[in-house]
Ligand binder design. Structure first.
Ligand SMILES: NC(=O)c1ccc[n+]([C@@H]2O[C@H](COP(=O)([O-])OP(=O)(O)OC[C@H]3O[C@@H](n4cnc5c(N)ncnc54)[C@H](OP(=O)(O)O)[C@@H]3O)[C@@H](O)[C@H]2O)c1
Length: 369
């Protein structure tokens, strides 16, 4: 079934589409790719130029939720399509961890100087850690391209906006890393937290966080009505919080436990952070509100705590704060597929291309999903 793209619905929108920046998407049959394509349909400055997938011959075979179709292609065909573009062009890598370096090396070899002009966002964790030693300690193997790491901006716009906007490439943090940093960094950077005591962070993820390959732990009879923790000895994505602290010469004992929850989309994080001094919740809240003032995609609540329905489907992270004795509690929710995934990638792409940062990004949640 093929349907017209909303971008082709009128003469005006057709003209806009033809001047839009072409995007090549790698891993187009995947979970985040599907969400990225959904958001792309409403983006006024980008158009899908090539969709690389190993399965199926057209997008609708693996992404039937989309309103428009495109024949999928091989990496080689995407390279040829990118080589023919003039002016700004973009690529998004939505591949499993470990696959992006080989793809990037190949694009550089085949496209030469044109590859360097591309605006690229990687959704995997391959280029998120700047320090090769930190990468090796988090992933238990040496990075295959340590010299490349410095050329990728860390794609968390709320804390690295200028760096992303002045770069060609960004490594978008995933759902856990985004939640950990948005919840913790305002207090950490303001010197509110005690680094001699553990920072306890628990985050529950929905099943879509595991991607579209079925696994025992994503099988419906097992997942629904169930809840469990994993990576009790330390989750590799906490290294991204350690990196963000190190950028301000801070270190802390991070104790992050990840849990798998019985819902499809969303991250629910609870952080219990030791305070370095007596502080009121009003003071903490004013620090967080100042940090996120003007941020289109982070809200600091004055009452209550955010639930998943508030944010699922949106590019928003929503957080609430409380202080009891020596502990600051931060509760934060976001949609792993949007602010923790495809939406963050689009936010980075907007910055890399000089577009308004909010283009194509929903601020409202679905309410009911
Ligand atoms: N899901 C989330 O909530 C989330 C959030 C943030 C970041 N991330 C990260 O984003 C990346 C994509 O995640 P996802 O959830 O979309 O994963 P996914 O659903 O498993 O999709 C991965 C895609 O990559 C393709 N692929 C796998 N191996 C490949 C290879 N060697 N060469 C070319 N294509 C290959 C797969 O194609 P086939 O269908 O042909 O196998 C699939 O289309 C991962 O690195 C993940 O860690 C995920």
């Amino acid at each position: 079934v093929k349907a017209a793209s909303p971008r082709r619905a009128s003469a005006g929108s057709a003209a806009a589409a033809s001047s839009a920046v072409p995007v090549a998407l790698f891993g187009a049959s995947g979970m985040l790719a599907g969400e990225f394509l959904r958001l792309l349909e409403l983006h006024p400055g980008l158009r899908l130029h090539a969709a690389v997938a190993r399965r199926g011959s057209s997008l609708l075979e693996t992404q039937p939720q989309l309103s428009s179709d495109l024949a999928t292609c091989s990496i080689e065909q995407a390279e040829q399509a990118l080589a023919k573009t003039e002016g700004p062009a973009a690529a998004v890598f939505a591949l499993p961890h470990g696959e992006s370096p080989a793809l990037w090396a190949r694009l550089r070899e085949r496209l030469g100087a044109r590859a360097d002009e591309l605006r690229v966002v990687d959704l995997a964790a391959d280029y998120r850690l700047r320090d090769p030693a930190l990468y090796e300690s988090a992933y238990a193997h040496a990075h295959p391209q340590p010299a490349e790491l410095a050329s990728w901006a860390y794609g968390l716009p709320e804390f690295r906006r200028e760096e992303i906007a002045s770069s060609r490439r960004a490594a978008a943090p995933g759902c856990f890393a985004t939640a950990l940093q948005l919840a913790t960094l305002p207090a950490a950077y303001a010197g509110l937290l005690d680094a001699s005591r553990p920072w306890i962070l628990h985050a529950i993820t929905g099943s879509s966080g595991s991607g579209n390959t079925p696994k025992d732990t994503t099988h419906h009879p097992f997942r629904h009505d169930n809840l469990w923790a994993y990576a009790l000895e330390g989750h590799r994505h906490e290294a991204e919080l350690a990196q963000a602290l190190a950028w301000r010469d801070l270190r802390a004992p991070i104790h992050f436990v990840a849990l798998s929850g019985p819902f499809a989309r969303g991250i629910h994080l609870t952080a219990a952070l030791p305070l370095a001094r007596a502080v009121s919740v009003d003071e903490v809240r004013s620090i967080y509100r100042a940090q996120y003032a003007g941020e289109p995609f982070v809200e600091v609540l004055l009452d209550g705590a955010p639930d998943l329905r508030r944010v699922v489907g949106s590019n928003r992270a929503s957080l609430a704060l409380s202080v009891r004795g020596e502990v600051l509690t931060v509760v934060l929710t976001l949609d792993n597929l949007v602010k923790g995934g495809a939406g963050q990638a689009l936010q980075c792409l907007n910055l890399l291309l000089g577009f308004p940062e909010t283009w194509g990004l929903p601020r409202s949640g679905l309410g009911v999903s």
